[in-house]
Design a protein around this ligand. Structure first.
Ligand SMILES: *Cc1c(COP(=O)(O)O)cnc(C)c1O
Length: 472
């Protein structure tokens, strides 16, 4: 009947076992199937009821290791789904230490280390993304919660514009919030608006084209009609189907002219600002009121990590301080009162360490390598007679479909692409899903992983062509 204290001597062997298991897993990343043949079977077999008596840490970790066949190689170089990256060695090592040191990045008294490191990490990120140093920032669990932070700040601003303290008094007495966005608005921003009580149905979708780019002229008309009343504008830097960007500079101009709050979701697109060649896509973001990005995407830190930045720090603090008597000062922020969680993992360890390890130039090199790899895949698609590129490759996502010569029936084409998409996932050599873009079912592999090279991306087109031939 082991109590953890009785088994305290397992502490070190448990870490050694974890190290051995981690090494074994990492050794499979380059050439293993992204999804093993028996992944479903292994996952489905996990179960049983809560044991009355445990068998100790080593046995538990051995059993956990035996489940590895159900893991996807999502930190590996051939996982092109969801625009998520892996974990650099610096980030992974630091993340292990975040667990071992188990710091609560809540306030200075809970951890000077966790508190200070988050301030430095968020400042470095502002430098990487060329955002003004005076903005506030915070690390979150991902882009969804980062959107939540930015939009909570916007909500507070909206209340203040009407003389209402939303955190204290709620929405009573406030008119519904006008929210404008295009078709690129990510589901997570909608989710954030739902959680904030703004309501997803408040989003007016103004789409300039079939892809969904925010319609600037329509936006201007809507803002003129509001006649000075405040509104929230949602712009997307890097949408998930084709990696495209809303016209952020022009949206920022309108936000400034009409006094609206501009929130930019740059979950992966914000990283364009770390590359000179791609920065133009994300121009104007420094004029927004709130901006977010993901860490577990292009920064290649382990889950969970996202970032939110807010131009006017008092809106972020006001949204989350919730009347608690804690002081936030510039160099000793009380992180537990600047975002949704109070007790918080020190996710700054991984972010700080990876930026320390590779620096601005290391990230620029990685991002530019990915941009070149995406161009390479785009060229391979264009060179293949049975493939069709559906959007120009602007960043790191390649949006394409099978379109064999002579097959023009859209229903049949959708069916074919869906079938081959399922076969790609099943096959496991490379990994990406299908989406619907401009009404067409298509593929959209995204290149985000620090390990990915030509040999990996060349498998994208090769696998699709091969599976199309065998499933035809
Ligand atoms: C991935 C993504 C999100 C959501 O990020 P999570 O980290 O999964 O919460 C939000 N917006 C965009 C544009 C994304 O690509």
């Amino acid at each position: 009947m082991p109590d953890p204290l009785d088994l305290r001597s397992e502490h070190e062997p448990a870490l050694e076992l974890a190290l051995a298991e981690a090494k074994a897993f990492l050794a499979t990343l380059d050439d293993g199937l992204v999804r093993g043949r028996d992944a479903d079977e292994v996952a489905d077999a996990i179960g049983g009821s809560l044991p009355d008596d445990g068998d100790g840490a080593l046995e538990a970790l051995r059993e956990l290791s035996a489940m590895r066949g159900a893991a996807t190689l999502s930190p590996g170089p051939r996982f092109f789904h969801f625009v998520t990256g892996g974990a650099t060695p610096a980030a992974l090592g630091a993340d292990w230490l975040a667990s071992a040191l188990d710091q609560n990045a809540f306030v200075w008294t809970s951890s000077p280390l966790g508190t200070r490191l988050e301030a430095v990490a968020t400042n470095w990120l502002k430098e990487l993304f060329r955002l003004p140093a005076e903005w506030s920032g915070i690390l979150t669990t991902g882009a969804t919660m980062a959107n939540f932070v930015g939009l909570a700040a916007a909500r507070r601003w909206y209340g203040e514009r009407h003389g209402v303290d939303v955190e204290a008094d709620g929405y009573a007495g406030l008119p519904p919030i006008p929210v404008f966005g295009g078709g690129y608005v990510h589901a997570s921003a909608e989710k954030a608006l739902a959680m904030l009580g703004v309501g997803t149905a408040r989003i007016r979708r103004l789409e300039a084209d079939e892809a969904g780019r925010l319609d600037i002229d329509a936006l201007q008309e809507e803002l003129e009609r509001l006649d000075g009343r405040p509104a929230i504008l949602l712009a997307t830097a890097g949408e998930v189907n084709a990696g495209d960007f809303d016209a952020i500079e022009r949206i920022a101009e309108l936000a400034e002219r009409f006094g609206a709050w501009l929130h930019v979701d740059g979950a992966f697109g914000l990283f364009a600002r770390a590359s000179e060649s791609a920065a133009g896509l994300a121009a104007g973001i420094e004029r927004a009121d709130s901006v977010i990005a993901d860490g577990h995407k292009w920064l290649n830190v382990p889950y969970e990590c996202g970032f939110a930045f807010v131009r006017e720090p008092s809106y972020q603090a006001g949204a989350f301080t919730a009347g608690a008597p804690y002081l936030t000062t510039e160099d000793r922020p009380a992180w537990g009162f600047l975002g949704p969680e109070m007790s918080r993992r020190a996710r700054s360890f991984a972010t700080w360490a990876t930026l320390r390890a590779y620096g601005r130039n290391g990230y620029r090199a990685m991002i530019e390598r990915h941009l070149a790899l995406a161009q390479r895949v785009g060229e391979q698609v264009e060179a293949a007679s049975e493939l069709q590129l559906l959007a120009p490759v602007k960043l790191n996502v390649v949006c394409f479909r099978l379109h064999p010569p002579g097959l023009d029936d859209e229903v049949a084409l959708d069916e074919l692409n869906r079938r081959v998409g399922a076969a790609v996932i099943e096959d496991g050599r490379v990994y990406f899903g299908t989406t619907v873009y401009r009404g067409h079912v298509c593929f959209r592999p995204a290149i985000v992983n620090w390990l990915t090279t030509e040999r990996d991306v060349d498998l994208i087109v090769e696998t699709v062509r091969e599976l199309a031939a065998v499933t035809a």
